[in-house]
Design a protein around this ligand. Structure first.
Ligand code: CU
Length: 182
């Protein structure tokens, strides 16, 4: 009986290590803004709607793909986002293929600084929430510490970007554990 308990304990430990490893090493999901249309004004993409269909998490990468002759990417404040003000951006990108890794919670506002483009809808709000709770009232500027839960992959699945292979391993290990394989 003693060895059985040891093995089960080892298994739980292994699962926890897997959870930690996958949450640390996983680069996160990659989202191309506007999907196949990319970052443009001609395709009439509703970027607000596009962003709302995604669940952004810490470590996710946002890719802006566009023709740099006609567009750019500026990260701006909420006020400048609302006003389509491109005169005082936080940062500007002009490569035509810009990858931005989101590593803080809250809203990240982007717009195209070419005159008229933001007004035409070329603006997007990337909002990273810790949990899917309504918090439209106030964006959170300070980063919220990520809590690594104890052995509970089912709840962790809702809050962590997981590598699919890591999840598969955990699932298999859990099944083996439940079925008394060990
Ligand atoms: Cu533009």
């Amino acid at each position: 009986m003693g060895t059985d308990v040891e093995k089960r304990g080892l298994l739980v430990l292994l699962c926890n290590i897997l959870i930690l490893l996958s949450s640390v090493s996983d680069g996160g999901a990659v989202y191309k803004v506007g999907d196949s249309a990319g970052w443009t004004t001609i395709a009439n993409v509703d970027y607000t709607h596009w962003a709302l269909t995604k669940t952004f998490q810490l470590g996710d990468t946002i890719v802006f793909e566009y023709n740099p002759k006609f567009h750019n990417v500026m990260q701006v404040t909420h006020a400048d986002y609302k006003a389509c003000n491109a005169t005082s951006p936080i940062s500007t990108r002009t490569s035509g293929n810009d990858s931005i890794t989101i590593d803080t919670h809250g809203h990240h506002f982007f717009l195209c600084g070419v005159p008229g483009h933001c007004q035409a809808g070329q603006k997007v709000d990337i909002n990273v929430v810790l949990h899917r709770v309504p918090e439209e009232a106030a964006p959170t500027p300070s980063p919220v510490p990520t809590v690594v839960p104890a052995f509970s992959p089912s709840t962790a699945a809702l809050s962590m970007p997981f590598h699919k292979f890591g999840w598969f391993l955990i699932l298999v290990l859990q099944l083996m554990y439940i079925c008394g394989f060990y």
